[in-house]
Design a protein around this ligand. Structure first.
Ligand code: PRP
Ligand code: MN
Ligand code: MG
Length: 181
């Protein structure tokens, strides 16, 4: 594989910018959860990098679990109908759940996940996402912790993929046009 940086049009966020913003979010989250037993729920696979760095920026211990979901039907991720590929191993009844995501695009995935988790009787469900595209929103979601709001462009890196590639890129950037063609 060629050097991944060559496939980027623009770097939106450097490693340092991501690290600093996650540290700020972690401080904010800890203020709200230091006296609670928080369960971090990561959404596979995009959220892996955010979970790794965000969770380690928390000053205290936090439990972690994972869900994997996929859209039904068309293959586009915007159907809004979601199927669970891997459910939580944890019973979240009475628990304070914090969903950890890499990006909220249309909002359909997270909207469905939140409703699904809320039906299991948790004490609370909040959302922490590194990126959000306000212009792409198809559904209104109340997100308590947002790293960066970004324009409606295709972004990769730091967990975010294009056809499963670029997840391991250290920065977040927009893809160059030659990659599509
Ligand atoms: C991406 C991203 C979010 C979701 C956001 O996941 O990681 O989970 O899409 O899109 P939405 O707000 O329009 O629903 P994807 O379905 O590509 O799976 P992945 O995390 O395995 O890449
Ligand atoms: Mn995802
Ligand atoms: Mg993806």
């Amino acid at each position: 594989a060629e050097h991944m940086g060559a496939d980027l049009e623009n770097v939106l966020f450097t490693e340092e910018q991501i690290r600093e913003r996650l540290a700020e979010l972690a401080a904010q989250v800890w203020e709200d959860y230091h006296d609670k037993d928080v369960l971090l729920v990561g959404v596979l696979r995009g959220a892996v990098m955010v979970m790794a760095d965000f969770s380690r920026a928390l000053p205290g211990s936090a439990e972690m679990d994972w869900m994997a979901v996929s859209s039904y039907g068309s293959g586009t991720k915007s159907s809004g109908v979601v199927r669970i590929l891997k459910d939580l191993d944890t019973d979240i009844s009475g628990r304070h759940v914090l969903i950890v995501e890499d990006i909220i695009d249309s909002g359909l995935t997270l909207s469905w996940i939140r409703t699904n988790l809320e039906s299991r009787g948790p004490a609370s469900v909040e959302i922490c996402t590194l990126l959000r595209k306000p212009e792409a929103a198809k559904v209104q979601i109340d997100v308590k912790y947002v790293g960066f709001e970004i324009p409606n462009a295709f972004v990769v890196g730091y967990g975010l993929d294009y056809a499963e590639k670029y997840r391991n890129l250290r920065v977040i950037g927009t893809l160059a046009e030659h990659v599509y063609s």
